[in-house]
Ligand binder design. Sequence first.
Ligand code: GLO
Ligand code: MG
Length: 346
Amino acid sequence: MATKHTYKFCFGPWNISEGGDPYGPPTRPPQTFDWKLAKLKRLGFDAMMFHDDDAVPDIDNKSGQQIRKEAKELKKRLDDLGVAAEMVAPRLWFSPMTIDGAYTSNDPKCRKYAIDRSLRCIDIANCLDTDLIVLWLAREGSYLRESKNGRRSVELLVAAIDKMLGHDKKVRISIEPKPNEPMDIAYIPTIGHALAVAQLTGDPKRVGCLIESAHALLAGLDPADEIDFACAFGKLWSLHLNDQNGLKFDQDKPFGSNNLRVAFNQVRALERNGYGKRGEYVCFDVHPFRTTKKEHWLDHLVNSRRTFLQLVRKARTFNEKQAQQLISDRNYQALDQMVLEHLMRG
Ligand code: GLO
Ligand code: MG
């Protein structure tokens, strides 16, 4: 029987995007960070996730002292609004220093930049009172395999993570795998890869993972299986729910938008593993469609949360006893129909 607990929700400032894509300019005017923050609580969310430069803009041109000062000012604003900081992620894919990768760049100066910036990111997390750092390894891969050495890249990743673990004895690192985009092929495409890398670090207990539904789908995997796999290791520390229509660009559609059954199975996996009971958040890494009008700007977030909660209800009212009988009888045809009818019932 599913255990009952309430979930806490989160999104990041980049989830209120302006509609630009590689083929055309923004379709909505920019909104300020303050506007986004003010909306968060009102929409039923509890926390915000941050890139280091969402928290401290223009971070590369500021001293360590200035960065900590601005992060503390942000913390005060978050406290006043009753909003927590879920995690901080070093945005290692914008700078000219990370054109050829960050931790796995072929240029030692660029690798040093990436590590130094990650340590500043940990300082920001400290000021925001979160011990969670997320590493989406955006440019750790290659456009052509001959340009890098895969074995060395694993060693460089481990060395970079070890530097972070050494910088702060309490920090936890969550690796967010993705198989491609922006790279042709990435080095850490799945949760299995992320957790295997964790084992090579100096303190594997403090290295876990973050699952994004769309990234699992892009790797040809079922996100629910990725959730169960990570939870079997006690390593699912954050979650980016969204949806994806097959092997296309990373679409970041609203949760459940493309495949309700796959979404239902993710929620069932979260329920059976007690995700959220140790303070983990359900984050939606979703984007509004490019066509979205200004007045409907936040609907993808509201809808994702609403779908999630309805699927929690569906997971909790799923007739497990009947399902077990069908499983014992090996009547998977009836089980299939039972799931469909359960999802179609109002
Ligand atoms: C892109 C990623 C991205 C990360 C975010 C946090 O595909 O999902 O949105 O989650 O930058 O590091
Ligand atoms: Mg993500």
